[in-house]
Write a protein that binds this ligand. Structure first.
Ligand code: SF4
Ligand code: SF4
Length: 183
C-alpha cells in the first residue's frame, strides 16, 4: 500500500517537471511579445490621465476664467493662480502654476472645471532629475488648441460679465418669477 503511494508521488513529481520543461520549450520558440520602451511607444487612450494642459476656446482665447474650482478640489493642493479681469469684464488667470511633483493625476481638476480649460492628456514622459523643473507655469501649460471638446466655448453659454439679460444665453433658462410660485 505504501509503495503504491510512493510510486504515485514519483509519477506526479516527474509529470510536473516534464510539464514545466515543455512549457519552457514552447516559449523558447515563440515570437516575443515584449514591447521595449522607449523604442516602442504604445499609443495610450485619449482619456489617459497624465500631463495637464490649459486649453483655448474656438476663438483662440484662454478658456480659464480663474474660478479657483480646480485648485479648491485638488486633493494635494498643487494648483495655484491669481485671477484678473480684462477691460471687457472677462476673467483670466494672471498667473497659473501646477506643481507636478505633488500631482497624483487624479483628474479631479478636469472634472471640476466649468470651462473645460484644464485637461489631462496621455503624454506621460515628464520625468526630471531636478524636482524644481516639475513646477509648471501658465506659459508651459497653455496650448494653442481646444484639446477634448474643442468646439466648446464657455462664454457663449454664460455671457461675459453683465452682457445680455438673464436667460438670453445659449442653454440658459429664463429667470423664475417667484410670485408665480405663491400658493
Ligand atoms: S490631477 Fe488631481 S492632483 Fe493633479 S492637479 Fe488635478 S486635482 Fe490636483
Ligand atoms: S482651469 Fe478651470 S477650474 Fe481651474 S481656475 Fe481655470 S476655469 Fe476654473
Amino acid at each position: 500500500m505504501q509503495s503504491t503511494s510512493l510510486y504515485q508521488s514519483i509519477f506526479e513529481g516527474v509529470y510536473g517537471l516534464l510539464t514545466g520543461f515543455a512549457m519552457t520549450l514552447r516559449h523558447l520558440f515563440r515570437k516575443p511579445i515584449t514591447e521595449p520602451y522607449p523604442e516602442f511607444k504604445r499609443r495610450l487612450p485619449e482619456r489617459s490621465r497624465a500631463t495637464i494642459i490649459l486649453t483655448r476656446d474656438p476663438d483662440g482665447d484662454e478658456r480659464c476664467v480663474a474660478c479657483y474650482l480646480c485648485s479648491g478640489v485638488c486633493p494635494v493642493n498643487c494648483i495655484s493662480m491669481q485671477s484678473a479681469e480684462r477691460s471687457d469684464g472677462r476673467r483670466y488667470a494672471a498667473w497659473f502654476r501646477i506643481n507636478f511633483a505633488r500631482c497624483i493625476y487624479c483628474g479631479f481638476c478636469e472634472e471640476a472645471c466649468p470651462t473645460l480649460a484644464i485637461q489631462l492628456t496621455p503624454h506621460f514622459e515628464t520625468c526630471q532629475r531636478d524636482i524644481l523643473k516639475l513646477l509648471s507655469e501658465k506659459e508651459d501649460l497653455l496650448v494653442n488648441h481646444g484639446g477634448k471638446n474643442s468646439d466648446y466655448n464657455f462664454y457663449r453659454h454664460a455671457g461675459v460679465a453683465m452682457v445680455g439679460e438673464k436667460g438670453s444665453h445659449i442653454g440658459e433658462e429664463a429667470p423664475v418669477d417667484i410670485r408665480t410660485l405663491m400658493p
